[in-house]
Every structure is written in structure tokens, then in C-alpha cells.
Design a binder for this molecule. Structure first.
Ligand code: FAD
Ligand code: NAD
Length: 451
């Protein structure tokens, strides 16, 4: 058996793992990265990038249709993500990539099956970055490919043809992003959600514009309902709060009820790491309960976000290189790419209340923002949440067209400890959506200018 000795072995080449490997390589740490499927992980291959490409394509298609330009939905092609970039960056950083599934033998050894060859890798530091996988419903297992009736998000991102009727189970991030995309492509979409609201983590003011847009687009919603099963003839069996059962006819059913850490099945159980539910427990250094075994990204649980995985990857690589680092962000922005988009950065109003923080809160509507008016996107608002005692900003919430682009400003202001006065006193270019950020801060101070 071939043997390799290295300082850092990274298992998993998603955004967490490949960023860790690149940063370690940059810092001169001898690094081996094992990836069993495709570099870029969920994010690049079956997640963030293809879903946003589909959303963009669906948006363009809807616009083209509105202008009677008339293209067939079948003519829409989501661009294949390119793996060359990740390969090139890893090569540039001097990382050795093994294309194969890794099995952990102990905290310093793993074997990787590379084609017909077994390679044993011995390392000083082991980094687990194996990501997550979609949760299936017990009464409705995934068909396993896009040709089958029960889809995971992976299948929904590579359809063989557009379904006429799609039932989406789960009105969270994946369910709603893909609901908008499929609806714009012309599919009849019905959503079944167990909670009484869509995007249950967010308050009603934030989700109402999304709910209104869904209804306007003709999406049928069954909130507070559970799924009892499926058969090809009658479709999805749904039970409402009164325990009445009804069937929703469907050609395909997208089950998007969450993702679970991929923390079993590759020998990792043998390390008997401390777990946090199904996720690997980590401390503020991204260290597990075993010395020099680290874990990052989705395998460590919520929030399941690519930018968190990347930031954790960088943090671990720097510690392996001997730098003092901790992973203690003030805020991790979360964006839901619905239409309108939703951004939450820092604490929600409910979280601040639960933490006993006395707050000032103010929002500024896009209806009073010049740029939004020129874009015909006057729906939604920006809301700021600050500590009452010292005006330090602890949360930003926004809903509206293109508000994802405001997430950088939101994250920076919180991470830098900005006060309301700092944002209110910063000149924001006119006409931009960013002016609503400044105006929200001004309004919290009691002197908004354009409302
Ligand atoms: P992953 O990206 O899952 O990568 C893990 C890698 O490890 C995989 O490539 C896997 O093949 C490999 N692996 C696993 N086990 C082994 C083994 N034993 N040996 C070798 N290799 C192994 N997040 C956002 O921030 N923004 C978004 O817009 C967004 N959209 C999403 C849309 C969808 C449809 C989905 C499904 C997810 C989305 N996410 C989004 C979440 C995001 O994709 C994940 O948070 C992110 O990919 C996690 O990165 P990771 O490195 O932890 O794991
Ligand atoms: P989610 O947690 O966002 O939403 C799941 C939804 O399904 C919830 O609303 C939940 O109440 C509902 N649900 C659970 N069980 C149900 C049942 N039996 N019947 C009906 N409804 C049920 O999960 P997701 O949409 O699968 O996404 C997984 C994760 O991926 C998200 O938490 C998010 O972190 C990440 N993601 C992020 C983005 C982004 O950043 N834009 C996009 C997609 C995914």
C-alpha cells in the first residue's frame, strides 16, 4: 500500500475543506486533501452555485416571457460549475489532492481509495470537512435520481424535464428558493410546510413580502400541514392541523426539510468524538474533543452556510500553521435568495429579546428609496437593531430586491462594532439601495430624512 506522510490531512473538498487546504498551503503547511466526489463540494456542485444559476436563469426566462420574446423552458441551460478554479488554486498553494473516499483509521491516519489504489495518509493534524446531506422523510424516501418522483435538492437542480406540477415539502431556504425558480419556469408549485409560517426563523414583517410574492405568482401554500405519504396515482397525502387528510397531485415532490451532518460512515465513529446531536462538537478553535483533530462546516451543524465553512477552514489552517486564532464571529449573514430576497445578519429581534437586551429598532422602506423606485422594486425594507444603552448595532434585517448585496455592509458594521451614529454619519452614494441602510440608522436616532 502506498503511504504518504503530511502535516495536515483534510477530508472533504467543499468550501470548508478546500479553503482550509489553500490557506494551509499558502502558509507552507504540507497538506493533502481527499475528496471522494467533486472538488467544491455541495456548494459548487449541487448547492449554492447551481441553485443561484437556476434562479438567475428562471428570472431571465420570466422576464423574456413577459416581453413576449418566447423561449422554451427546455432551452434554459444552467452553466456547469467549473472545477478548474478549485484545482488550480489548490495546485498553486502546493496542496496534494487525492480523488477518493477517505476512511479514518485513527486520529492521525486515514486510507483513501484512489481509483484501484489504496493510499494510507499519516498526518499530524486531521481536519474533518465532510459536509452534510439532505434529510429524507421516513414515509417518502428519495428516488435517488432526477427521473424518479421524490426529489432531493440535488435532483431538483438537474431535472431531465420540467415537471408540470411540483409539490415542495418544506418552506425553508431550499424549498422557497427553488419554488420561485420553478414557478418562473412555468411549473405549478404547491408548498407544504409543517410550521404555521414560511421561513419560520424570521418574523412576520420580514416574511410577508415573500409570502405576498408567492401568492401573486400563483403558488399554493399549505402551512401547518404534515406529509403522510405519497402514491403515484393521487400524489402527496397531506394532513392539516385538524387531522383532515387530502391529496395533492404531483409529477415530482421536492423534499427540502433540512440537511444533516455527514458525520458517520467513514470510520469517524471510531474516534468517539464528542457530538452535538448528529454534528461533531467543536470549541471556539474548531477543535474537536480529540487533540489535533479539527472539524469545520456543515459537519459541525448549524448554520449550514458556505461562508461559515470557508471562514472556519481559514481559521483552522492558520492554527495548524502556528497562528493564534479563534472562530468567534459577531455575525454570520444569512441570505435567502427568494424574490424578494431576505437578509438577516446578527441577532433577530426575538433573539435580542430572549437574551434580555434592551434595543432600539427602526426600519426604512424601499418605497422611499430613489434607487428602488428606478428599479421598480419598492417593496420591502431595511431594519436596524441596536443596543439601547450605547447604540452599538447588533442586527440588520432586510427584505427586498437585491438586498443580498447589502449583506457586506451589514456584516462589516456589526463586526467593527459600529454604532447607529457611525452608519448614520457615513455618506452613502445616491441613488443606491444602500441609502436605505443609512436611513434606517438615521430613523433609529429619530431623524430620518426621506420619510
Ligand atoms: P460540503 O460542501 O458538503 O463538502 C463536503 C465534501 O466532502 C463533499 O464534496 C463530499 O464529497 C466530501 N466528502 C464527504 N465524506 C468524504 C470522505 N469520507 N472522503 C472524501 N471526501 C468526502 N450556503 C450558502 O452559504 N449560500 C447559499 O446560497 C446556499 N445555497 C444552497 C443551496 C442548496 C440547494 C444546498 C443543498 C445548500 C446550499 N448552501 C448554501 C449550503 C452550502 O452548500 C453548505 O453550507 C456548504 O457547501 C458546506 O460546506 P462544507 O465544506 O462544510 O461541506
Ligand atoms: P431549512 O431548515 O431551511 O427548512 C426546512 C423547512 O422544512 C422548515 O421550514 C421546516 O419547518 C420544514 N419541515 C421540516 N419537516 C417538515 C415536514 N415533515 N413537513 C413539512 N415541512 C417540514 O432546510 P432546507 O431548506 O432543507 O435547507 C437546509 C440548509 O441549507 C438551510 O438551513 C440553510 O442553512 C442551507 N441553505 C442556505 C441557503 C442560502 O444561504 N441561501 C440556500 C439553501 C440552503
Amino acid at each position: 500500500m502506498k503511504e504518504i506522510t503530511t502535516k495536515l490531512l483534510v477530508i472533504g473538498g467543499g468550501p470548508g475543506g478546500y479553503v482550509a487546504a489553500i490557506r494551509a498551503g499558502q502558509l507552507g503547511v504540507p497538506t493533502v486533501l481527499a475528496e471522494g466526489a467533486s472538488l467544491g463540494g455541495t456548494c459548487l456542485n449541487i448547492g449554492c452555485i447551481p441553485s443561484k444559476a437556476l434562479i438567475h436563469a428562471a428570472h431571465d426566462f420570466e422576464q423574456a416571457r413577459a416581453q413576449a420574446a418566447g423561449t422554451s423552458p427546455m432551452g434554459i441551460h444552467v452553466k456547469e460549475p467549473t472545477l478548474d478554479l478549485a484545482h488550480a488554486l489548490l495546485r498553486k498553494a502546493g496542496v496534494q489532492v487525492l480523488n477518493g473516499w477517505a476512511t479514518v483509521e485513527d486520529g492521525k491516519t486515514a486510507v483513501v481509495q484512489v481509483g484501484g489504489e489504496t493510499v494510507r495518509v499519516r498526518c499530524e493534524h486531521l481536519l474533518i470537512a465532510t459536509g452534510s446531506e439532505p434529510v429524507a422523510l421516513p414515509n417518502m424516501p428519495f428516488s435517488g435520481d432526477a427521473g424518479g418522483a421524490i426529489w432531493s435538492s440535488t435532483d431538483a437542480l438537474s431535472p431531465t424535464e420540467l415537471p408540470k406540477r411540483l409539490v415542495v415539502v418544506g418552506a425553508g431556504y431550499i424549498g422557497l428558493e427553488l419554488t420561485f425558480a420553478y414557478r418562473k419556469l412555468g411549473t405549478e408549485v404547491t408548498v407544504v410546510e409543517a410550521a404555521s409560517d414560511i421561513l419560520p426563523r424570521y418574523d412576520e414583517a420580514l416574511t410577508k413580502p415573500v409570502l405576498d410574492a408567492l401568492k401573486k405568482a400563483g403558488v399554493v401554500l399549505h402551512l401547518g400541514c404534515s406529509v403522510a405519504g405519497w402514491d403515484a396515482k393521487s400524489g402527496v397525502h397531506v394532513r392539516n392541523a385538524r387531522a383532515d387528510e387530502f391529496a395533492l397531485p404531483a409529477d415530482k415532490v421536492l423534499v427540502a426539510v433540512g440537511r444533516r451532518p455527514r458525520a458517520t460512515g467513514f470510520g469517524i465513529e471510531g474516534l468517539q468524538l464528542t457530538m452535538n446531536g448528529r454534528a461533531i462538537a467543536i470549541d471556539a478553535h474548531c477543535a474537536t474533543s480529540m487533540r489535533n483533530v479539527w472539524a469545520i462546516g456543515d459537519v459541525t451543524g448549524e448554520p449550514v452556510l458556505a461562508h461559515r465553512a470557508m471562514a472556519q477552514g481559514e481559521c483552522v489552517a492558520e492554527q495548524v500553521a502556528g497562528k493564534p486564532r479563534r472562530f468567534e464571529p459577531m455575525a454570520i449573514p444569512a441570505v435567502c435568495f427568494t424574490d424578494p430576497e431576505v437578509v438577516v445578519c446578527g441577532l433577530t429581534t426575538a433573539e435580542a429579546k430572549a437574551a434580555g437586551i434592551e434595543t432600539i429598532e427602526a426600519s426604512f422602506p424601499f418605497a422611499a428609496n430613489g434607487r428602488a423606485m428606478t428599479l421598480g422594486a419598492e417593496g420591502g425594507f431595511v431594519r436596524v437593531l441596536a443596543r439601547k444603552s450605547d447604540h452599538v448595532i447588533i442586527g440588520w434585517h432586510a427584505v427586498g430586491s437585491s438586498v443580498s448585496e447589502l449583506s457586506a455592509a451589514f456584516g462589516q458594521s456589526i463586526e467593527m462594532g459600529a454604532r447607529l451614529e457611525d452608519v448614520a454619519g457615513t455618506i452613502h452614494a445616491h441613488p443606491t439601495l444602500g441609502e436605505a441602510v443609512q436611513e434606517a440608522a438615521l430613523r433609529a436616532l429619530g431623524h430620518a430624512l426621506h420619510i
